[in-house]
Design a protein around this ligand. Structure first.
Ligand code: HEM
Length: 116
């Protein structure tokens, strides 16, 4: 929960800090990474949970109609693959966070190097 609150607070502060001007690419790349990271976090938190629940309930409905397990698996093949792919979100979330941190660090270093 702390991670999520800090992520929301930090993201809003960074968007305010970024403002509406374009002088440098590097800090905007960092902002892009920030937004992708927030999006991947939300996929993990909400979409994956909902997808697992809905896959489970559809499976139950199909089983209740009297279909064999193999037939149900066949019908839900694509949905299962999609849910499995979404389960990998942590594998994406973490490296993006590192890239975000890396661009941010470069931006901070360049600010100190080039500021007069
Ligand atoms: C201690 C941390 C930071 C410091 C001291 C800092 C400092 C600055 C300064 C001085 C500027 C103005 C540069 C100019 O007008 O040429 C700036 C702009 C900006 N910063 Fe930061 N920054 C920090 C962290 C971050 C982080 C973490 C991000 C991104 C996630 C970020 C994104 C931006 C953006 C998008 C701009 C606008 C660039 C533009 O005008 O094109 N900053 N920052």
């Amino acid at each position: 929960m702390l991670h999520e609150y800090l992520a929301w607070g930090g993201s809003i502060l960074l968007l305010v800090h970024a403002g509406i001007h374009f002088n440098a690419i590097l800090p905007w790349l960092a902002v892009a990474m920030l937004l992708i990271n927030v999006a991947s976090g939300l996929v993990g938190k909400f979409l994956l949970k909902r997808s697992l629940e809905s896959l489970k309930s559809i499976r139950q409905v199909l089983m209740d109609t009297g279909l064999e397990k193999e037939a149900v698996d066949k019908k839900l093949f694509l949905d299962s693959i999609m849910v499995d792919a979404m389960k990998q979100w942590r594998t994406i979330h973490l490296p993006i966070a590192f890239v975000f941190g890396f661009f941010s660090l470069l931006h901070i270093i360049t600010v100190f190097i080039f500021s007069k």
